[in-house]
Design a protein. Structure first.
Length: 351
């Protein structure tokens, strides 16, 4: 069997599907062969196996109907609901949100609408709401899996299964909490007292959040804060980057194990920043009260507006590396901030 033989047989098994689904599947297998190259064609064919069996597994995983004798390959406009069609439902006023997801991206946003709405395109998602205003978004963990070794399809199967929760502009939430495995969580322009999010492989991105407390943990995905005002909060990344842009942090803890921490155009008060294996980069930062910055293996490079730096008392220690502190630091009293900076292996620069 050749690549073309495989694709031709696969086409015969799925040519009853709507054009969008049909073309997505064929394009993906074609791309998989092309990326491997002609020299690896037989290895790919051995890995994938029988195209008829592959088609059955795909249709099952995608909740699409199998081909019948009555199906006409030219009839793209079938009435059956497919993955590309989204469900949308109106919701009662929401107080708290709880989610548990495996592969579906979640976006929480606002719009000029009279009531909350949620849209999604997978019947493995369960949406429920109780009388206390708790909204539950749960993905069924008993998901059919592909049995033939082509794990590259895992993300593709879920790539257009996004969940979008839209709230009225002035809707106020008490709490958002949840965990996710292989998806991104994006929260933007909402009013919420507390956000707690834990992800394994996915980005947590929060923007335009004011007067809130967050507790964010990511093992293999970035944490991004933009235009946020948070207090008494913790952000912990393990194998990714932690980014804070145009934000105000009060009494917060930022930590990373293996990745960079980048702070830009932000104000920090009573906050600690700690990294183990990566750089800590700060641009155009303002500080108040006690600030602690610790690194073990990587550079610390902090840049502040000149007029602010003169009011900062900077104490730095380094075991293996240079320390460079601008002469402008600590020239004016009373001090507005005490910066305690330490490094084990790497440069320290404050200017």
């Amino acid at each position: 069997m050749t690549k073309q033989d495989f694709l031709d047989k696969l086409k015969q098994q799925i040519n009853h599907l709507p054009q969008k689904d049909y073309q997505e599947i064929i394009d993906h297998f074609t791309e998989y062969f092309d990326e491997a190259g002609p020299d690896h064609e037989q290895a790919i064919l051995k890995e994938l196996g029988n195209p008829e069996d592959i088609a059955k597994e795909l249709l099952k995983a995608l909740d699409l109907p199998e081909k019948t004798d009555e199906d006409d390959w030219t009839n793209w406009e079938v009435d059956n609901k497919t993955k590309s069609e989204a469900s949308s439902q109106k919701l009662e006023p929401i107080v708290d949100i709880r989610y548990s997801l495996l592969n579906h991206d979640l976006t929480i946003e606002v719009a000029d609408i009279p009531y909350p709405t949620i849209s999604y395109d997978d019947n493995r998602i369960t949406i429920s709401q109780d009388s206390d205003g708790m909204l539950n978004i749960i993905e069924d963990s008993a998901v059919p899996t592909i049995q033939y070794g082509f794990h590259f399809l895992d993300r593709w199967l879920a790539k257009y299964q996004a969940i979008i929760l839209t709230l009225p502009v002035n809707h106020h939430l008490k709490k958002i909490s949840g965990e996710s495995d292989n998806n991104d969580v994006t929260i933007s322009h909402i009013h919420c007292d507390s956000i707690s999010s834990n992800t394994y492989n996915g980005t947590i991105s929060i923007s335009h959040l004011s007067d809130s407390t967050v507790n964010l943990i990511s093992k293999n995905g970035n944490i991004i804060l933009e235009h946020c005002h948070i207090q008494s909060s913790k952000c912990q990344a393990k194998n990714a980057n932690l980014i804070c842009d145009n934000s105000t942090l009060i009494n917060c803890q930022l930590s990373n194990d293996n990745g960079n921490i980048r702070l830009e155009a932000s104000q920090l008060t009573e906050t600690s920043v700690e990294n183990k294996n990566g750089n800590i980069i700060g641009q155009q930062l303002s500080f108040s009260n006690d600030i602690t910055i610790i690194n073990k293996n990587g550079i610390i490079d902090i840049n502040c507006p000149r007029e602010n730096l003169s009011y900062y008392d900077v104490k730095a220690s380094n075991n293996n590396g240079f320390v460079t502190i601008s002469q402008e630091a600590g020239r004016q009293t009373p001090f507005k901030a005490q910066l305690t900076i330490s490094n084990n292996n790497g440069l320290i620069s404050v200017n």
